[in-house]
Design a protein around this ligand. Structure first.
Ligand code: ADP
Ligand code: ASP
Ligand code: MG
Length: 422
């Protein structure tokens, strides 16, 4: 008997029929003697619907007060889910109880729409588990020190589940979703993508941070920090498959590099369409420039990703970087108003039609020439590289958005990730 956390994503909770299936699956685990905590997302499309309503009525300035209300609104999607799942379990004859984030409580900071979990008090949940109940807790939401409802950013239910598993020292956290594990790349883009039986924590962290939305990055960070055994698996298998078989299915995130691991040079390909590129042109090439530009951006709480500065020919250079598309307009305005006039730069230009494609693999540590192979593949497809960034286990390029699928497919094949190559 162990304490197990299950997380079910939006598609898995997408209809009453699917919720009934989730209930039957959870009941199976409960009847096998496990203590069960379940963390569901809002029903698919619901968070978008709720945020869409808010957007229709939004004020011109996106203030903190506005962000607070977005969380108030978006958090209701998960509240409906937990209640529905609890009654579906009750219909299965299981004693089940649901809680919102604030009832647990799941405490977060006050960064509305992207709050971070600070602590979780598991007293109440543990008492219910000890009384034989299945406990269902909303994903995605928490409460800050002043009692305001917060949400954890899109895809945040993954993080709720892993954080609860960490706080309660669960034996395992199982992330049930609409694919049967972590693939070499998004199987919706590359049908030849292959499911990985295991993926190292470091690779998963890179894949998530570089755009693979199968796990929210913060959930992987939590799993790493607290060593939470984490598995991604399908919620679409028949609910009554043997528990042992289900428990071994999907993809396990591993923390130790063992010999049995699939040791490809490149393990996966990630892509991200959510960024935009900004270039400050004609910047004087002298000390302190990067700080003046990016310092102002950081002060406005805008995260910068890829950065590129070139050498100058005539004392002036161009300085480019990428930000999230949501921050694009704000960044351009900020630079035009506050930075360019003081710098003596010429102008600020931007491009929202870019994407970032990355190859990831711990095998890259011990193999030279992986990046150049990537560049060759892109050159052969006639794809121009606008920016490059590398780390020990990944290489990313920024390219024109219209070549994204072509680039991902070509790289997937070139690095022997296609199914038939395995
Ligand atoms: P959920 O609602 O269950 O949280 P998400 O839509 O957030 O599901 O995440 C699952 C989706 O992630 C899949 O449907 C798939 O399209 C996408 N995805 C992106 N990259 C990968 C990958 N490398 N492996 C598996 N799925 C991926
Ligand atoms: N419902 C939230 C979203 O759509 C959280 C989640 O699904 O993980 O982003
Ligand atoms: Mg998700």
């Amino acid at each position: 008997m162990a304490l197990i956390v299950h997380k079910y994503g939006g598609t898995s909770m997408g209809s009453t029929e699917r919720i009934r299936n989730v209930a039957k699956r959870v009941a199976k685990w409960h009847r096998a003697g496990h203590q069960m905590v379940v963390v569901p997302s809002a029903m698919s499309g619901e968070t978008n619907r709720l945020l869409g309503l808010a957007k229709e009525l939004a004020p011109a300035a996106h203030t903190t007060a506005y962000a607070r209300e977005l969380d108030m609104i978006a958090s209701t999607g998960e509240q409906v889910s937990v209640g529905l799942l609890a009654i579906a379990l009750q219909a299965e004859g299981i004693d089940a109880i649901s809680y919102t984030g604030w009832q647990v409580p799941v405490r977060t900071d006050s960064a509305y729409t992207k709050a971070r979990i600070e602590s979780i008090d598991d007293t109440r949940v543990r008492a219910d588990l000890d009384a034989g109940k299945v406990v269902i807790i909303t994903g995605f939401q928490g409460i800050d020190a002043q009692g305001h409802i917060t949400t954890l950013g899109r895809g945040g239910s993954d993080t709720s589940a892993v954080a609860i598993a960490a706080a309660m020292k669960a034996a395992e956290c199982l992330i049930y979703t609409d694919v049967d594990g972590v693939y070499t790349t998004d199987p919706r883009i590359v049908p030849e993508a292959r499911r990985l039986h295991t993926i190292s924590f470091e690779e998963m962290l890179e894949m998530a941070s570089l755009g693979s939305k199968v796990l929210q990055i913060r959930s992987v960070e939590f799993a790493g920090k607290y060593r939470v055994p984490l598995r991604v698996l399908s919620s679409f298998t028949p609910w009554d498959i043997p528990l042992d078989e289900e428990a071994k299915s999907g993809t396990l995130i591993t923390f130790e590099e063992d010999e049995n691991m699939e040791q490809a040079v490149v393990s996966g390909i990630a892509f991200n369409r959510d960024e935009a590129k900004i270039t400050v042109m004609g910047v004087p090439d002298k000390p302190g420039i990067a700080y003046q530009i990016l310092g102002a951006v950081a002060d406005a709480n805008i995260d910068v990703d890829v950065i590129l500065q070139n050498v100058s020919h005539d004392g002036k250079t161009d300085f480019s970087f990428t930000v999230h598309r949501n921050d694009y307009a704000k960044t351009i305005d900020l630079l035009k108003e506050k930075v360019v006039p003081h710098l003596g730069a010429n102008e600020v230009v931007g491009d929202t039609k870019i994407c970032k494609v990355s190859i990831v693999g711990i095998g890259m540590r011990s193999h030279a020439g992986v990046a150049s192979r990537m560049f060759r593949v892109l050159a052969e497809e006639g794809i121009n590289i606008q920016m490059i960034t590398t780390s020990e286990i990944k290489t990313s390029v920024v390219i024109d958005e219209k070549y994204m699928e072509l680039a991902v497919r070509a790289l997937h094949k070139a690095f022997d990730l296609d199914q038939d190559a395995a």
